[in-house]
Write a protein that binds this ligand. Structure first.
Ligand code: EPZ
Length: 417
C-alpha cells in the first residue's frame, strides 16, 4: 500500500545485481570446490536458484549476513526439477554449466512470460554447434555431450542469455570458442570476471567479440556481485516521479550512461558524492519534469528495456507528449492498462507508446503481472495523491530484496498489507 503525493528524500544502498548473480550462481557448478559470493541479493529468483543447486548436489549456505557459500565439489546431478525451475525461466542458464560439469542436463522447457514468448532457439543452436545433442519434449529439454568442443558462433542478435550459456559451456570445453555479435551487458562482464578469477581464460567480455580458451578445471574463489543497475534506475525514476532528491549509494553509475542522459534531459540534476569509502548517485529532481520526445529501448549500452515501464510511468505527468518504442520484448507494454485506471493518457500506435501529459494520477488498486512493471506501479502509487494498492507484490520480490524498506529509507509512506 502506497500513500503518494510527497517527494522522496533521503538515502539508501543499492542491492547486488539479480542479473549478474543468476549466471554466476550457474557458473559455480563448474568449480569442483567452494565459491564465496559477497552481496548476493536475497530475492526470490536467487532463492529458487539455490534450491536448484542443492537438488543437483551442491551444498549451499549463508556464512553470515551477506556471504553466500556454494560448495559444488559433489555436484553430480543433472535433472533440474520443475518445482523451482518452473517458477524461474532463467534456469535455462544452467544448460551450459551443468553440461560443462556433468556432460548432461535436463531442464523444464522455460515458458514464455507476460513480456514476450522468450524463445530459446539461439541457445539450442549454439550448444548443438559445440557437440551437444539436444532433445526437446513437450515439457522438458534434455541435452548431453560426449565432450564439449569449442566453436565459432555468430549470434543473429546480441542475446544476453545465449551469450551466457555459450560462455558457461565453453569455459571447460576442448579448444577455443569465439562469439561474434555477443551481448555487451555488464552482467556478461561480471560473469567472465568471476570465471577468470576461478582460472578461466576469457577475453573480450563487454565487447561484441568474446573469446574463451577452454581450461581443464577451475579453482575455488571469492567474488563480489556488482550493484544492480536496474534497481538503481528504478529508484532514480521514483525520485524524478515525486520531484524529490535522493542519494543511492553503491549505484553502478559507470553502467548507467544512457539512462542518466535521459533523466537529465527530463530536468533531473545528477551528480556523485563520496562518503567514507562509498560512492553515491545523487538525483535532484525538484524542478519540473520534461517529456521525452522519442526513445527506443536498446541492448546495452542503450537505454535498458528493464527500465522502460518505470520511465513510462514517470512520463504520464511530465510536461509534453512522450513517445517510447520498446524494441527488445514484443509484449512489454502490459502496465498501460493499469496506468490508464489511474487516469494516464497512453495509446499504442504501431508498437510505439504515446504518453500525453495529465496533471496527476489517481490512486486505486492495481495488478502487478511481472517484476519491472510491478515496480513501475509502485512508482505510480508514489505519484498519486491518494492511496494505491499494488497486488501480486511477489512479482516485485523476484528482483527486489525489500522495495518497501528501501523506499521507506527515501521517506515514502509505503507498507506491505
Ligand atoms: C536478460 O533476459 C535479462 N534476464 C532480462 O531481464 C533483460 O530484459 C534481457 O536480458 C534483455 O536485456 C536475466 O539476465 C536473468 P535476451 P534474456 O536473450 O537473456 C530474443 C528482468 O526483469 N531471443 O537478450 O532472456 C528474445 O525473444 C529481466 O530482470 C530469441 O529470439 O534476454 C528477446 O526478444 C526481464 N531467441 C531478445 O532476444 C533466443 O534463443 C532479448 O532476449 C534468445 C532470445
Amino acid at each position: 500500500m502506497v500513500c503518494g503525493g510527497r517527494p522522496l528524500y533521503g538515502e539508501t544502498r543499492i542491492q547486488g545485481s539479480k542479473n549478474a548473480a543468476l549466471p554466476i550462481l550457474a557458473a559455480t557448478v563448474l568449480v569442483k570446490g567452494k565459491t564465496r559470493l559477497y552481496r548476493c541479493p536475497k530475492i526470490l529468483d536467487i532463492i529458487y536458484m539455490l534450491h536448484i543447486l542443492r537438488e543437483i548436489g551442491c551444498t549451499v549456505f549463508w556464512e553470515d549476513e551477506d556471504v553466500l557459500v556454494i560448495d559444488a565439489a559433489d555436484c553430480d546431478g543433472y535433472e533440474i526439477a520443475e518445482q523451482y525451475a518452473g517458477k524461474m525461466r532463467s534456469s535455462i542458464i544452467l544448460l551450459g554449466s551443468v553440461l560443462g560439469r556433468n556432460g548432461r542436463v535436463q531442464v523444464p522447457y522455460p515458458g514464455g512470460c507476460i513480456i514476450g514468448k522468450r524463445p530459446i532457439d539461439m541457445h539450442i543452436a549454439a550448444l548443438q554447434t559445440m557437440n551437444v545433442h539436444i532433445e526437446t519434449h513437450e515439457k522438458t529439454l534434455s541435452a548431453q555431450t560426449s565432450g564439449l568442443t569449442g566453436a565459432t558462433l555468430d549470434l543473429a542478435l546480441p542475446s544476453v542469455g545465449t551469450t551466457e550459456n555459450i560462455i558457461l559451456a565453453a569455459v571447460t570445453a576442448r579448444g577455443r570458442t569465439r562469439i561474434n555479435g555477443a551481448a555487451r551487458e555488464p552482467e556478461i562482464a561480471a560473469l567472465c570476471d568471476y570465471l577468470n578469477h576461478a582460472g578461466a581464460r576469457i577475453t573480450g567480455a563487454g565487447t561484441e567479440t568474446i573469446e574463451i580458451n577452454g581450461v581443464r578445471r577451475l579453482q575455488q574463489t571469492t567474488y563480489e556481485i556488482p550493484a544492480d543497475r536496474i534497481v538503481a534506475g528504478t529508484y532514480s525514476l521514483a525520485t524524478v516521479a515525486t520531484r524529490g532528491s535522493t542519494i543511492l549509494y553503491d549505484a553502478p553509475i559507470h553502467q548507467m550512461d544512457a539512462f542518466i542522459k535521459i533523466i537529465q534531459s527530463m530536468g533531473a540534476r545528477v551528480s556523485r558524492i563520496r562518503h567514507a569509502d562509498r560512492i553515491g548517485l545523487v538525483i535532484d529532481a525538484e524542478q519540473a519534469v520534461h517529456a521525452v520526445e522519442y526513445l527506443e529501448t536498446k541492448e546495452y549500452p542503450g537505454f535498458p528495456t528493464d527500465l522502460q515501464s518505470q520511465l513510462m510511468t514517470v512520463l504520464t505527468t511530465a510536461d509534453g507528449t512522450s513517445r517510447i518504442l520498446e524494441t527488445i520484448f514484443e509484449e512489454r507494454y502490459k502496465i498501460v492498462g493499469e496506468l490508464q485506471k489511474m487516469g494516464a493518457h497512453i495509446t499504442i500506435q504501431d508498437r510505439e507508446a504515446v504518453i500525453e501529459s495529465v496533471p496527476r494520477l489517481q490512486g486505486t488498486t492495481l495488478q502487478a503481472s511481472e517484476l519491472r512493471g510491478g515496480a513501475a506501479l509502485v512508482i505510480a502509487g508514489l505519484m498519486a495523491q491518494q492511496t494505491t494498492i499494488v497486488e501480486n507484490a511477489h512479482f516485485i520480490k523476484r528482483g527486489h530484496e525489500d522495495i518497501v524498506k528501501d523506499l521507506k529509507e527515501l521517506s515514502a509512506s509505503i507498507k506491505y498489507l
